[in-house]
Design a protein around this ligand. Structure first.
Ligand SMILES: [Zn+2]
Length: 133
């Protein structure tokens, strides 16, 4: 029976594959690591199992489960914030596009205004020139 973390590196399961270390999250064994077959979830018949850690105290298990609950809660808050940030980035990108459109409109308007002023100015001076003749 392995009992220290040093032993966690070298174990082979019954099918010859290098065993992987996982962590149990049941009430009874919260946070306790164990060796298992890497092919277990692929429907492999090998049922190799061995604890890495010895059993934890009741208080140890309670603390691990409480801390895990807090971490999950913080994780959810973080995910919510990430979704909000992504939404805000989308909004910023849309506003950037809108701003670009208005800039182009502004340039076009200034060009039309300038052209109108020039044409009216030219017509005005042409009219004055021809009236005096
Ligand atoms: Zn195996």
């Amino acid at each position: 029976m392995a009992s220290s973390s040093e032993d966690a590196r070298f174990r082979y399961c019954e099918c010859g594959a290098a065993a992987i270390v996982s962590t149990a999250w049941t009430e009874e064994n919260a946070g306790r690591r164990f060796f298992g077959c890497p092919n277990f979830w692929n429907g492999h018949p090998c049922n190799y199992f061995e604890w890495v850690d010895g059993p934890f105290s009741l208080r140890g298990r309670q603390v691990i489960l409480e801390e895990r609950k807090i971490i999950r809660c913080l994780h959810n808050v973080l995910e919510q914030r990430m979704r909000e940030i992504l939404q805000q980035e989308k909004t910023i990108s849309q506003l950037d596009d809108e701003l670009e459109w208005w800039r182009k409109q502004g340039k076009r308007t200034r060009f039309i205004t300038l052209a109108t002023v020039l044409v009216v100015g030219c017509l005005g001076s042409w009219g004055q020139t021809h009236r005096h003749m």
